[in-house]
Design a protein around this ligand. Structure first.
Ligand code: FAD
Length: 410
């Protein structure tokens, strides 16, 4: 297989990527990935002499009959940093836990522990008894993991309030554990990495069947990326993960791709994990379906704001923006062929609504609760900052399938 031709195709795909270093980790990673390919081609990075391990991967079935539901959803991204702070508002203590962009699942167990820890370390938090009324606003993964953490710490009077508990971004998310699509100020990155490493430990226990409260919902499977930098996982290596390996993926049709593999990658089966979280909490917290218009209308003295995109109004936060994503559920696949994860980036482009789209191809072994064993797999996806339900950008679904085919050479 002509490996150099593939590298050149990748380079052409990437030449539109930004070259300016900004506070945006995603852009930073794009730049590093593009430069390393250019260096490789120009001979500055010599290929290793040892032959690379070749792994046979059978591509998913991507004909129309094998494509299931098309899903549009919106990452709650807060520019600069997720809000994981506490503040005193009158007699109330408000703890914020929102704005985690495309990494909410990756971070949720760790940042919920972090934010509840901030509360308990504060003078006002110390004065709140474990049987005092506590309200969590938001029924997504951030709200549910915050409630879980409160239960772990002995709080007994918890209410989770949300205007919706169904078909949330948290149910729709892909499920890769990697701190990638966020918009972090570099100064905050060490904290994000620490929180992610905490979360990795939690999900690894779930995957190994050693977490007492959750037996299912996470798997340890190889995670393939174009390079180490674009995985966001290097800070995890040596702490909770093994070093990545350089490998060749062989798709059995004459197409090969040079990738890096983190063999101890973690896939979170997001829709199933949402059910598991609800089941665990059902007997321990109250759930109330209600829209909150102002945090001050909540009567409890301790309030957790886990309202995702809702925080732009609830906390009057102009830094919160939706990042639209397109996903397609796969059906009638061969489950044994879908036991890994892949994430690669394509070039940026303009959508039909005029928004800038960062296009990628990813595939994860996601399954919806109660679905047949062969209805497995999700492909994505786009990152369209500012995209809303009024600008669905439906052509992106076709582009996504086209990019998937291109990646596999089918
Ligand atoms: C296409 C796509 C793929 C993704 N893939 C991954 C991935 O592979 N890995 C990963 O780690 N992350 C991924 N994510 C990101 C992840 O899904 C989000 O970061 C996470 O789900 C956000 O959770 P949340 O609880 O903050 O928000 P949400 O799930 O949106 O929940 C917000 C909750 O707040 C409630 N609410 C809001 N406002 C109010 C109000 N005023 N009153 C009452 N209730 C209110 C809502 O009803 C809802 O219950 C992906 C996201 C998308 C869109």
């Amino acid at each position: 297989m002509n490996e150099k031709k593939l590298q050149q195709e990748d380079l052409i795909e990437k030449q539109n990527k930004t070259t300016s270093l900004q506070f945006n980790r995603r852009n930073f990673l794009y730049t590093i990935a593009a430069s390393s390919v250019a260096f490789y081609l120009s001979g500055f990075i010599k290929p290793t002499s040892a032959p690379l391990e070749v792994r046979n991967i059978i591509p998913p079935r991507l004909d129309t009959a094998y494509l299931g539901e098309k899903v549009l959803c919106y990452r709650p991204m807060r520019r600069g940093v997720p809000n994981m702070t506490i503040e005193s508002v009158g007699s109330q203590l408000v703890a914020h836990n929102y704005g985690h962009g495309g990494s909410g699942w990756t971070l949720a167990p760790g940042c919920s522990k972090y934010v509840v820890g901030l509360v308990e370390a504060s003078p006002k938090g110390k004065s709140i008894s474990k049987d005092a009324a506590v309200t969590v606003v938001g029924g997504g993964v951030l709200g549910l993991f915050t409630a879980y953490e409160l239960v772990q710490r002995g709080y007994t009077n918890i209410t989770v309030v949300a205007d919706s508990f169904d078909k949330l971004t948290s149910h729709n998310a892909g499920g890769l554990l990697a701190p990638v699509s966020m918009s972090n100020n570099p100064q905050i990155q060490p904290l994000i990495d620490k929180i992610g490493i905490d979360a990795y430990k939690f999900y690894a226990l779930v995957a190994q069947g050693k977490q007492q409260d959750f037996q299912n919902g996470a798997l340890i499977v190889p995670a393939y990326f174009e390079d180490r930098e674009s995985s966001g996982l290097e800070p995890y290596v040596g702490k909770v993960m093994q070093p990545a390996k350089d490998v060749i993926l062989d798709f059995g049709n004459g197409t090969q791709r040079k990738m890096v593999s983190y063999d101890d990658g973690i896939f979170i089966d997001t829709a199933k994990m949402m059910v598991a979280l609800h089941d665990f909490l059902a007997s321990k917290v109250k759930f109330e379906k209600k829209k909150i218009n102002k945090l001050s209308e909540v009567s409890s003295s301790l309030v957790f704001n886990c309202s995702g995109l809702g925080a732009s109004k609830l906390n009057n936060d102009a830094e919160v923006v939706p990042v639209q994503g397109h996903l397609i559920m796969l059906r009638d696949q061969v489950p044994a062929d879908l036991q890994s994860m892949i994430l690669v980036y394509f070039s940026k482009g303009k959508t039909e609504s005029g928004h800038e789209a960062k296009r990628s191809f990813y595939i994860f072994p996601k399954q919806l609760p109660g679905s047949a064993a062969n209805d497995i797999g999700v492909i994505g996806g786009t990152f369209i900052e500012g995209g809303t339900p009024d600008t669905p950008n439906l052509k992106e679904f076709e582009i996504l399938v086209g990019n998937a085919r291109k990646f596999y050479g089918i």
